[in-house]
Design a protein. Structure first.
Length: 145
């Protein structure tokens, strides 16, 4: 079990460890230019995911991932998708007090509030990611769904 604290928030620690600004002009510029490929590798380390698990959660074909590895960076659209994934997963980790292993377990477990689907099945679109963020917010505030 790993717990990180940076400025009082595990979420801040995730962004810092990934080398991604959580907001502001620096983030916008980085997304527009495309995240460097090393962000993908750091994601796996920080969120304790294999490259395959991470690729599946990002709905990224292996051929695309190979091309991004060769070019050294992601497209702006892919970078935005990665950013949104980090937003969701960091909130889930925050829900579990920074415990990445428990967060991964929760993401792999069917949830009543998602109609019996696993959260990992709902990472492919912005609408699905917003649904997950809403559920996490409801859980944080004790709202049963």
């Amino acid at each position: 079990m790993r717990h990180w604290v940076f400025d009082g928030s595990t979420e801040d620690a995730f962004w810092a460890r990934l080398g991604i600004p959580a907001q502001g002009e620096a983030l916008l510029a980085l997304i527009r230019s495309g995240f460097p490929f090393c962000v993908f590798e750091r994601l796996g380390e920080v969120f304790q995911l294999t490259p395959r698990q991470l690729r599946e959660r990002l709905s990224m074909p292996s051929s695309t991932l190979r091309r991004r590895r060769q070019s050294g960076h992601f497209t702006p659209g892919e970078s935005d998708q990665i950013f949104q994934f980090v937003q969701v997963f960091s909130h889930v980790c925050e829900l579990w007090g920074g415990d990445v292993a428990h967060a991964n377990e929760w993401m792999d477990t069917p949830q009543y509030g998602l109609g019996g689907r696993c959260p990992n099945e709902l990472l492919g679109t912005a609408v699905e990611r917003n649904l997950l963020l809403t559920l996490v917010g409801q859980i944080e505030h004790g709202v049963l769904s």
